[in-house]
Design a binder for this molecule. Structure first.
Ligand code: NCD
Length: 296
């Protein structure tokens, strides 16, 4: 039975562990994923910009033997006025095996899933969830630390605009993390929305005694610029650099990084505890495991 992949909130802990273990198995052994999607057709539709996510969904599918068809939103009939659900219904009767969808509106993949019985894989929706990012982050954490239970994690940055946080909140509950947030007050959620999550008092406290720090991009396209005085000021009060980088903590960032804003360019290039490239590498295996979960 094909399954959807709409958000971490719809998965069980067992599902998430299965995805992580499968991805690690695929990373170690090419033979384990080869031809697993032979004769399958995957359609990707990205209504929002993407480099890593789209490419890694495509590479993952191709490495597993599938054909990938990318619908270019800018050149699609949606631009001629066709409704999104008509588009999905028309593509559905061509019988692809899955749709990978990114959209700027929260809940959009869930909405589309009501108009098709082809599995929808959420590649990030508005400020809601980015579940494949959470899976690849969990794989990266498991590789780095050996386990993902009871971790001390602080997420720093533009929390209210981040769909990555939406998925991490679910992972934090599943794996009993001690999770905290830090960032400009204008980018932090109201306390009552996030019961049990500590807001750190200052950057020094945010960087102390953590297993992982997850930095988030300042989302200029979502008007985060209005919520802070300047990028320079952000870097000064919330950025990581050679002077404050904690030595025994892993630093992660979903990318794309605003160099010299969330993280100093030099620090980013010269520290072994920065896992950003490993996250991207693991993204391919995470997406392979997601296809396997949905299609096999
Ligand atoms: C994230 C996204 O698009 O949600 N990036 C990604 O998928 N790697 C985070 C971001 O854009 O800041």
């Amino acid at each position: 039975m094909p399954k959807e992949f709409l958000g971490i909130k719809y998965l069980t802990k067992n599902d998430v562990e299965t995805l992580i273990n499968k991805a690690i198995q695929y990373k170690q052994n090419k033979e384990a994923y080869k031809d697993k999607l032979k004769e399958k057709n995957i359609i990707t539709i990205f209504f929002e910009n993407s480099t890593r996510t789209r490419t890694s969904f495509e590479i993952a599918a191709k490495k597993m033997g599938a054909e990938v068809i990318n619908v270019d939103y800018e050149k699609s009939s949606i631009k001629k006025g066709e409704t999104d659900f008509d588009t999905i219904q028309n593509l559905s009767v061509m019988h692809p095996d899955a749709f990978v969808v990114r959209h700027f509106e929260s809940g959009y993949p869930y909405f589309l899933s009501k108009f098709t019985n082809i599995p929808i894989i959420n590649a990030g929706d508005g400020t809601n969830e980015h579940p494949s990012q959470a899976i690849l982050d969990l794989i990266t954490m498991k590789e780095a630390k050996g386990n993902i239970e009871n971790l001390n994690v602080c997420i720093i940055g533009d929390i209210i605009n981040s769909r990555v946080v939406g998925s991490h909140l679910e992972a934090a509950k599943m794996f009993n993390w001690n999770l905290s947030f830090y960032g400009p007050k204008t980018m932090l959620p109201k306390q009552e929305w996030i019961k049990n999550i500590k807001i750190e008092k200052n950057l020094e406290k945010a960087l102390t005694d953590k297993d992982f720090i997850i930095l988030l991009r300042i989302q200029l396209e979502r008007n985060s610029g209005q919520n802070m005085p300047s990028l320079g000021e952000y870097a000064k009060f919330f950025g990581i650099n050679d002077n404050n980088i904690p030595k025994d903590t892993y630093i992660m960032h979903p990318g794309p990084v605003n160099r010299n804003v969330e993280l100093s360019s030099k620090t980013m290039d010269e520290n072994d505890n920065i896992l950003i490239a490993t996250q991207v590498e693991n993204g391919v295996f995470a997406r392979m495991a997601i296809y396997d979960f949905c299609l096999n």
